[in-house]
Write a protein of this length. Structure first.
Length: 208
């Protein structure tokens, strides 16, 4: 199964009228946050494939319209994966939005709060293990796990509870964004236990 990953940066190669010709064979799309609605809506309408997303710390909670400020700013036609477990064509996905809390933004969490979000996923994960013989296949996050692809500053520090998640629930993949890669910084894939951790910054194609 071929999956298009996007995160954090609008890529001209993707935001192109030839997208369907070049990537029409992908099975679905994953967005790891901090992308404008128009970009995700373009991708989902052009490819006509499901797009699963989580919000990043720079996503805005609402938009200004002619009627004033509206507390709704999610891409149309896309599937918000945050706090959900979804089975698509026998691929089990779960999502956790946001970054470490550093200035009280809406999509920011303490490690304790992120642990709470994970706890709310547990009944569904246990159900999968009982009836599907595995907890999940892909965990989609905005921020990375602690000390895996992250940075030292609080804003870009990873969540420690994601490390625990990897070893307890053993997803095949943890796909995140948030950490921008520049120049010679090519550390985008790491194997941790049974899990391949992938930084989706910009765009990538994976096959699972």
């Amino acid at each position: 199964m071929k999956i298009l990953l996007v995160s954090d940066m609008v890529v001209d190669y993707i935001y192109s009228n030839s997208l369907s010709e070049r990537m029409g064979d992908v099975d679905f799309v994953i967005s790891c946050g901090d992308l404008p609605n128009y970009y995700l809506e373009f991708i989902v309408s052009t490819l006509n494939k499901p797009l699963f997303y989580v919000m990043g710390n720079h996503n805005k909670p609402g938009i200004y319209t002619e009627n004033g400020y509206e507390n709704q700013n999610h891409p149309q036609g896309c599937i918000n994966l945050d706090g959900k477990i979804i089975n698509y064509k026998n691929v089990i996905l779960a999502g956790l939005e946001g970054s470490m809390r550093y200035n009280d933004g809406i999509y920011q969490y303490s490690d304790f709060q992120m642990c709470g979000k994970i706890n709310r996923l547990k009944p569904g994960l246990l159900f999968n293990k009982l009836f599907k013989k595995r907890y999940l296949d892909i965990l989609v996050t905005h921020a990375p796990p602690y000390k895996i692809h992250d940075k030292e500053d609080l804003c870009h520090r990873g969540f420690k509870c994601l490390n625990s998640f990897i070893y307890k629930y053993k997803p095949g993949y943890l796909i995140h964004g948030h950490i921008h890669l520049y120049g010679g910084d090519k550390q985008w894939k790491t194997v941790e236990g049974a899990t391949t951790v992938i930084n989706a910054y910009g765009c990538r194609i994976i096959e699972v």
